[in-house]
Write a protein that binds this ligand. Structure first.
Ligand SMILES: [Fe+2]
Ligand SMILES: [Fe+2]
Length: 245
């Protein structure tokens, strides 16, 4: 990411995150995902596992339905922040376009579901989001920092997994869909990062990100109980020193 990239650039989508969209994670030097086209995933404490990719490609329709819900939720998160901090003009100016973009992604996924005759049905969500939300501190200004970082972590994991699906899905339409979303998803976690850094400073932001990245990793640790429980954020991460979870 260019050093002079600004929040306005990110909000407009004017800046291309290039091949290192997570360079904004500053001093973090966390493991990369070797098989992902997105190198140096610095928000994330560990890459997703081959087991998750295998489950996700085996149940691609389920992941697509879940993906639609995820895009809608990402728009909802941005809107919730705008409602929680209603006088924050900068936040509104940045998150309103982000929410619109997430809804555009939702519509793209919805179109593919409709083309394939797959109904948009409700799916039980994995505990991932609730685990991260529970780690958000309640008092301000910590609540805002944690909320930005949690939103950024979810964007970063989504981006990483969409990158895996874009690269490894046997279905060309899935490759195209996920590949088309990568740049804007990278811009989203870049935007959350810059909001944190601008308001809280790099040192505080990196320290808290390390803690929340550990929570994120814990939320994805373990083995899937049943194949039909696979989701965009279901368990499946590489664990250093003990192989694949
Ligand atoms: Fe999205
Ligand atoms: Fe996003």
């Amino acid at each position: 990411m260019p050093a002079d990239l600004t929040l306005t650039d990110l909000a407009r989508g004017a800046a291309e995150p290039a091949d290192d969209p997570q360079a904004a994670a500053g001093g973090l030097s966390l493991p990369a995902t070797p098989t992902s086209p997105v190198a140096r995933v610095k928000w994330l404490a560990a890459p997703s596992s081959a087991a998750w990719l295998e489950q996700a490609t085996a149940h691609a329709d389920l992941v697509l339905i879940d993906h639609a819900h995820c895009e809608r939720k990402a728009a909802g998160v941005a809107l919730q922040l705008m409602f929680r901090y209603p006088s924050d003009t900068q936040l509104a100016a940045l998150l309103s376009p982000l929410a619109r973009e997430e809804l555009e992604h939702f519509e793209l996924v919805l179109q593919l579901l409709q083309r394939r005759g797959i109904p948009l049905r409700p799916l039980a969500a994995p505990p991932y989001g609730a685990t991260l939300t529970a780690a958000v501190r309640r008092g301000e200004p910590e609540r805002m920092l944690d909320s930005f970082l949690v939103a950024g972590l979810i964007e970063a994991r989504s981006h990483e997994r969409m990158g895996l699906l874009a690269a490894h899905s046997p279905d060309g339409e899935f490759q195209d869909l996920y590949g088309a979303l990568l740049a804007s998803e990278a811009r989203h976690f870049g935007l959350y990062w810059l909001l944190c850094e601008q308001r809280y400073g790099r040192e505080v932001t990196v320290a808290r990100l390390e803690q929340l990245a550990a929570v994120e990793l814990e939320g994805l640790s373990g083995a899937l109980a049943r194949p039909e429980e696979v989701r965009m954020h279901s368990v499946g991460v590489e664990c250093a020193g003990s192989g694949t979870h």
